[in-house]
Design a protein around this ligand. Sequence first.
Ligand SMILES: *[C@@H]1O[C@H](CO)[C@@H](O)[C@H](O)[C@H]1NC(C)=O
Ligand SMILES: *[C@@H]1O[C@H](CO)[C@@H](O)[C@H](O)[C@H]1NC(C)=O
Ligand SMILES: *[C@@H]1O[C@H](CO)[C@@H](O)[C@H](O)[C@H]1NC(C)=O
Length: 351
Amino acid sequence: MMFISEILIYIAVVFGCAQRCNGYTRNEIEKTYPDLGPEIVLFPDENNSPIIGYMKMDNNSRLFGFYEKNIEEEVKFEYFSRDFPNGVPIEHKTDLGKYVNISKPTKCITHGWMSGGRMDSSVRLRDGFLYRHDANILVMDWSAISGNPFYPIPMMATPDVGRHYGTYLNYLVDELGLNPDGIHLVGHSLGAHVSGFAGREVKNGKVGRITGLDPALPGFDMGINPSGTLNQNDAIFVDIIHTCAGFLGYKTPLGHVDIYPNGGGPPQPGCNVLEFIEACSHGRSWKIFASSLFNNKPYIATKCPSFDDLDKKKCSGKQIPVGDATSSDTRGIYYSQVSEADLMYNATNKN
Ligand SMILES: *[C@@H]1O[C@H](CO)[C@@H](O)[C@H](O)[C@H]1NC(C)=O
Ligand SMILES: *[C@@H]1O[C@H](CO)[C@@H](O)[C@H](O)[C@H]1NC(C)=O
Ligand SMILES: *[C@@H]1O[C@H](CO)[C@@H](O)[C@H](O)[C@H]1NC(C)=O
């Protein structure tokens, strides 16, 4: 497993930058959590308590089980629509034919590391789509793999998971006659790359849109993942929201349009709890997208001529809506200001 040591080197770089960029030192975090090594990331769980993710594998990794490639059993699908707001399990591809209405647009959601199809990011995105669109909604849950606390395992599994996801998309297109233009894939973190790998499996036409929500950076920029990254060729329109740029997420543009709320990097506004700066900022991308589905007044982004202007927050070009309403002819890099108070997690707290 050549890649393990390479990831370690990479992670040292990430936290090296974290020490310069965040205003907090790693030492301060390690005082709060004395067991933390430099290869550990803390994620808030459902109760906002820290759970540990390891950026490398060690001899204890096997306690958590290696990735077994039982994709068929490990990846689960659920269908939602306004007629089925509580969801129905899709045990087999043929079940799609019982529920999918090919006259409607189709929204496909997936999650990242240490998350799942019934966890916050997927649930909020799904509820947002149900609120905003009369659509077929498919949630792909690969938590049996992505829940592994050793990051390299789910990271290296993303191509296989994406290919499997793609067979479901092909079933919709080839067997049910769905127009691939009407398919919109949305994925957070590792799930952004999984969505790209799924989109490129569709051969009979092209998926209409893929939204990458802070696509995962560690490992992907080193070329060790044979499928590369989510990119512009994976769909007719690829839009990216960057919120932990250069740390857990990409800073490099990956889409036709790349939006950088508050400049794109951590800490995002309100992500000030020391141990969660990165994870909180990384999650801000899906919160902004989900909020865009609930909010009737769109967040606005302004076009930047260059990264230099973006970093200086000095952008004054064309203005566009952020999130679901970003139109498919938008191109370039954009700066946006979205405060924590602007976020909306459901339709009840309307602005
Ligand atoms: C892991 O196991 C190998 C072989 O059992 C051993 O040589 C190595 O020192 C171990 N590494 C750590 C960090 O414990
Ligand atoms: C499918 O969706 C179309 C457009 O929303 C609607 O007119 C039609 O009644 C739906 N078909 C079924 C079987 O629900
Ligand atoms: C809606 O969101 C607010 C906070 O944004 C929360 O307090 C409330 O419980 C949520 N309501 C539902 C139905 O989820």
